[in-house]
Each structure stands twice: as C-alpha cells, then as structure tokens.
Design a protein around this ligand. Structure first.
Ligand code: HEC
Length: 116
C-alpha cells in the first residue's frame, strides 16, 4: 500500500513537471533555434553566454539592457546593422550581422540574448 501511494505521488509529480515544461516552452524562446542561428552566423567566435571572449558575454549584455524599454530595438539594430567595434584583444572589426532576414528568427535571438 505504502509503495503504491508513493509511486502515485511520483506519477503526479511527473505529470506536473511535464505540464510545466510544456507551458513554459510555449511562452519561452526557441533555445535551439537561437543557438543554431548564432552558431551559423559566427557569433560564437566572439560571444558565449556567460564568459567574455573577444566580445562581451551575453549575460553582461543582458545586464546592461535590463529594465530598458528599448532593449529589443537596440539589440536588433546592433545585430542587423553592422558597426565598427573594439575587440577585447585590442583589435577592431566590423561587427557581424545575423545570418537571416527573418524577423521572427531575429526576434528570437534578440530575446534569447536579453534573457541571459
Ligand atoms: C569578431 C568578434 C565578434 C563577432 C563575430 C560577433 N560579435 Fe557581438 N560584439 C563583439 C564586441 C567586441 C562587442 C562589444 C562592442 C562594444 O561594446 O562596443 C559586441 C557586442 C555585441 C552585442 C551588444 C551590443 C550592445 O549594445 O552592447 C550584441 C547583442 C552582440 N554583440 C551580438 C552578436 C551576435 C548576435 C553576433 C553574431 C551575428 C555577434 N555579436 C558576433 C564582437 C563580436
């Protein structure tokens, strides 16, 4: 009897967890798509989620924009219009633009970065 009720509890916990991940998945970003597109666009050469490479960590970028109403606009512009940037190693380069023109894909990447 004990075992039976314990496994029932586990079962309902599993259901609750599955429901949770489904609902947050619907709201949230497409993690795989964002990462895949950034990899394809060479962003990974200079950026990582939580450590600085030639460019700042996405966590730092997200922190810089936290609470700013125009964050999405600014970041969208930054990754779609090339500008000269100073690299962490002292060099200078034209900043890469994201390798797609699809507004939805771009938005997903922008929101992914700002969610770090
Ligand atoms: C050659 C290295 C390099 C590559 C490749 C690169 N970045 Fe950057 N990125 C930088 C540097 C350096 C900065 C910091 C610029 C500054 O603060 O002036 C930066 C800044 C940023 C910022 C912050 C802008 C801001 O307003 O603070 C975002 C967002 C960003 N990069 C996204 C991307 C994305 C997305 C890609 C791929 C399409 C990418 N980067 C590719 C070097 C790079």
């Amino acid at each position: 009897m004990k075992i039976h009720s314990a496994s029932r509890t586990l079962f309902s916990l599993a259901i609750a967890a599955a429901a949770l991940s489904v609902s947050s998945g619907a709201l949230a970003l497409d993690d795989e798509a964002a990462k895949g597109l950034m990899k394809k666009s060479d962003c990974t050469k200079c950026h990582a989620a939580d450590k600085d490479k030639k460019g700042p960590a996405y966590k730092k970028i997200a922190a810089k924009y936290k609470g700013k109403a125009d964050a999405e606009d600014k970041v969208t512009k930054f990754i779609t219009v090339s500008s000269k940037v100073k690299l962490a190693d002292g060099g200078e380069d034209e900043h890469k633009v994201i390798g797609t023109k699809d507004g939805k894909e771009i938005k997903n990447v922008v929101q992914w970065i700002l969610a770090q």
